[in-house]
Write a protein that binds this ligand. Structure first.
Ligand code: NAP
Length: 465
């Protein structure tokens, strides 16, 4: 029997090892569109192995409740997996909330099972686990609510907010330190968790607009770190590895996003970005713009030899990627050089445009990163912007009062002609006007991205050029 249990433990360890390797490979493969699908598959197999290995644990007395939990979890998970691509940020936030809720519950169960006999190291890890877990639960729920527009999206700020927030965090840490020294003080434990839960709400209410996805990725990092801490508490190496991978990748992603928007972490967390500048928003109606029809746009494109397409959030909303692919085919057939300029934060999540264009089978080598294509705009005949706005806003380079000042943007205004497909003069995610639209070389193509691109394709196949 002991031999059997020993062998079983070895098998579980082996399964965990394979699962850990698959998680690492998944992250590596997800690095480029060419191997991304393989990466997802590796992650999925890794997760199935991790769950399977855990179910083999001999500590499990009966499977009835586990089965119930699996059914409930799958019942929530399947519809969550089917949401529109544009809703992925809030869907991801919900997943973090569930994960962190689980971590906080497990941590609390472990505390009450073990108290007062908890070693100082274990108690410190447990406190980290539940503080990070607790703030991630409510922070992620707030973030999901804001992105889904169930809660007000605007940042909510008040005087002394940062001091209040920091004081709460300090009190939670002081209680944690006390609990490490006196694990028998069980009455203080719920106070610490309660503060962490309220802190999560306070952390996210002053954040809004374009900073939300960055915050979600930061919460991803917290959820990962709390899961790693749970791994120490449960002595589970797989959880430590998976949590550390999740924590570090979430952190790296937040750094990449902040850099792409030229914002520091402190600025994201304490800057209350996303408030519409009233002057910029109000000024937009009065200035004239030039607009063009699909057949005029088709004529201009057909006469070009170098075209750069700049996709953005609007292409995702309109699900126009397949029509964009048809446009690409139609133009390349005419011998026109067509490339895509991908801004690192175009859309609503990193890689958003790459995923959509890959789905429509646009060749990967035609997708250019911002730094690689920015120098080519002066030699570009037409820049065709499809549902992008903030990522092309030249005010980021010139207007020091602009909330996006300093954010690296695509230098589309340097091309000979700029055509912008969008439905109206409404601003983008950052809520600010775009001076590009009033420039001499710019033509506005008003309409839904899918419909407009489809009309251009029809005009092109109707014999222009
Ligand atoms: P954007 O600035 O939000 O602009 C999108 C534009 O698409 C809007 O101006 C909208 O104008 C247009 N649009 C919406 N639906 C459309 C439709 N059906 N057909 C045609 N046009 C449509 O988008 P972006 O240029 O991609 O910039 C992304 C923003 O998200 C940036 O502010 C970025 O900082 C932020 N962000 C992104 C990430 C990320 O990871 N990707 C992370 C953090 C922040 P109309 O309403 O007039 O049509």
């Amino acid at each position: 029997m002991t031999d059997f249990a020993g062998n079983q433990q070895h098998i579980i360890e082996l399964i965990y090892l394979v699962a850990s390797a698959l998680f690492i490979l998944a992250l590596k493969w997800m690095n480029t569109p060419a191997t991304a699908r393989r990466g997802i598959l590796a992650g999925e197999i890794g997760m199935v192995l991790a769950i399977g290995g855990t179910l083999l644990q001999h500590g499990i007395v009966e499977y009835k409740w586990i089965l119930v939990a699996l059914v409930i979890g799958s019942g929530i998970g399947v519809p969550l997996g089917l949401v529109q691509m544009t809703a992925v940020p809030q869907r991801t936030a919900l997943s973090h909330a569930f994960g962190a809720f689980c971590v906080t519950l497990v941590g609390s169960a472990e505390f009450y099972l073990r108290a007062p006999n908890v070693q100082p190291f274990m108690m410190s890890v447990l406190c980290c686990e539940v503080i990070l877990g607790g703030l991630t639960v409510t922070g992620s729920l707030m973030a999901a609510g804001k992105l889904q527009e169930v809660l007000p999206q605007r940042p909510i700020t008040f005087k002394g907010q940062n001091i209040v927030n920091l004081s709460m965090l300090v009190i939670a840490i002081v209680i944690a330190v006390y609990l490490v020294r006196n694990p028998g003080a069980t009455h203080l434990y719920p106070v610490m968790v309660g503060i962490a839960l309220v802190f999560g709400i306070m952390l996210v209410i002053p954040i809004g607009g374009a900073d939300m996805p960055t915050v979600i990725s930061l919460l991803n990092s917290y959820a990962g770190l709390s899961a790693a801490a749970m791994g120490f508490v449960l002595n589970n190496k797989l959880l430590i590895i998976a949590g550390a991978l999740d924590g570090s990748s979430g952190f790296i992603l937040s750094v990449i996003m902040s850099k792409a928007m030229n914002r520091s972490f402190t600025n994201v967390l304490f800057g209350a970005f996303g408030q519409v500048a009233p002057t910029a928003a109000g000024a937009q109606e009065t200035r004239p713009v030039k607009s063009a029809s699909p057949d005029e746009a088709a004529g201009i494109l057909a006469a070009a030899s170098k075209v750069v397409i700049v996709p953005g959030y609007g292409m995702a909303v309109a699900q126009a990627q397949h029509k964009v692919r048809e446009l690409y085919d139609s133009l390349t057939k005419r011998g026109i050089d067509v490339r895509f300029a991908i801004h690192p934060v175009a859309g609503r999540m990193p890689g958003h445009m790459n995923v959509l264009l890959a789905e429509a089978d646009v060749p990967y080598d035609r997708l250019m990163e911002m730094d690689d294509i920015n120098g080519d705009f002066p030699q570009t005949d037409v820049s065709l912007i499809i549902g992008a706005n903030d990522v092309t806003n030249p005010a980021a380079k010139t207007d020091q009062s602009s909330p996006i000042y300093g954010m690296p943007v695509l230098d589309v205004e340097r091309s000979r002609t700029v055509m912008v497909i969008k439905r109206s003069m409404n601003p983008g995610f950052a809520g600010i006007d775009n001076p590009l639209y009033y420039m001499d070389q710019t033509l506005m193509l008003f309409g839904d991205a899918k419909v407009f691109v489809s009309n251009i394709v029809k005009e092109l196949s109707g014999g222009h050029g």
